[in-house]
Design a protein around this ligand. Structure first.
Ligand code: GCO
Length: 257
């Protein structure tokens, strides 16, 4: 009998998580480290990365940092090359970096549209394009794109975010279609309403909070830690025949009208 736990063991693997100096990205990095992975934290601010990395090292994790903006092709190429040469080849990539620029669609500026599309969608393409060739050469790799329930539905004021996350769902499938034959598994993780920095203003709004609790069959917001099990599954050997899927962790939101 195969030891069930070993299917989820990430020991010896190295994971790069974009947007991981805080929020969901940091929680996913900690969760993968607890499952045995070495982790590379990414963000735009060195100071935030250093603090986050020290926190994980204090918990016994093997951690490196790579400061780059996921929209900056040159910085991605430089940092990916440095990490793969000096730290370790990347076995697991979580494209998690994402921003919000909320506004009613008719009032949304082209700048805010482009900023969200560039970070949340194009950034995932650019980073995956830098990392995938090494995975392909090694015949193995895991790419997990942080999608969203907004990959399937939307609400007023987040058209740019929904369009980006909807595109990220299809980019995930496109990656799977092209790269599965090379031994890569490319899937998405789809959070529902989670208590994060990105949602601080929403959690604090009594009316919105009541709406989320009513709209979510579980009757509550999710905690970022509740995403870790799904992420470890998608990062591990347990998902070696899973490709092009979006695993929603949403308290049943997408199941309900
Ligand atoms: C909003 C929220 C959403 C969700 C996220 C869940 O403004 O409605 O920020 O975007 O938090 O998409 O995955």
């Amino acid at each position: 009998m195969v030891d069930q736990d070993s299917r989820f063991d990430l020991t010896g693997r190295t994971a790069l998580i974009t947007g991981s100096s805080q929020g969901i990205g940091f929680v996913l990095a900690r969760g993968l480290a607890q499952a045995g992975a070495s982790v590379v934290l990414n963000g735009r601010e060195e100071k935030k990365l250093t603090v986050a990395a020290e926190g994980l090292r204090a918990e016994g994790a093997r951690v490196a940092t790579a400061a780059f903006d996921v929209t900056d092709e040159a910085a991605i190429a430089r940092e990916a090359g440095r990490i793969e040469a000096d730290f370790a080849p990347i076995d697991i990539l979580i494209n998690n970096a994402g921003i919000h620029r909320r506004a009613p669609l008719a009032e949304m500026t082209a700048a805010h549209w482009r900023e969200v599309i560039d970070t949340n969608l194009t950034g995932a393409f650019l980073v995956a394009r830098a990392i995938a060739p090494g995975m392909i050469a090694r015949g193995a790799g895991k790419i997990i794109n942080t999608c969203s329930v907004m990959s399937e539905v939307s609400r007023p004021t987040i058209a740019n975010y929904s369009a980006a996350k909807g595109g990220l769902k299809m980019l995930t499938r496109a990656m799977a279609v092209e790269w599965a034959r090379h031994g890569l598994q490319c899937n998405g993780l789809g959070p529902g309403y989670m208590v994060t920095e990105l949602n601080r203003s929403l959690v604090g709004n009594a009316e919105f909070n009541a709406w989320v609790c009513k709209r979510t069959p579980a009757g509550r917001w999710g905690q970022p830690e509740e995403l870790v099990g799904a992420a470890v599954f998608l990062a591990s050997r347990a998902s070696d025949f899973v490709n092009g899927q979006i695993l929603y962790v949403d308290g049943g939101l997408l199941a309900a009208l």
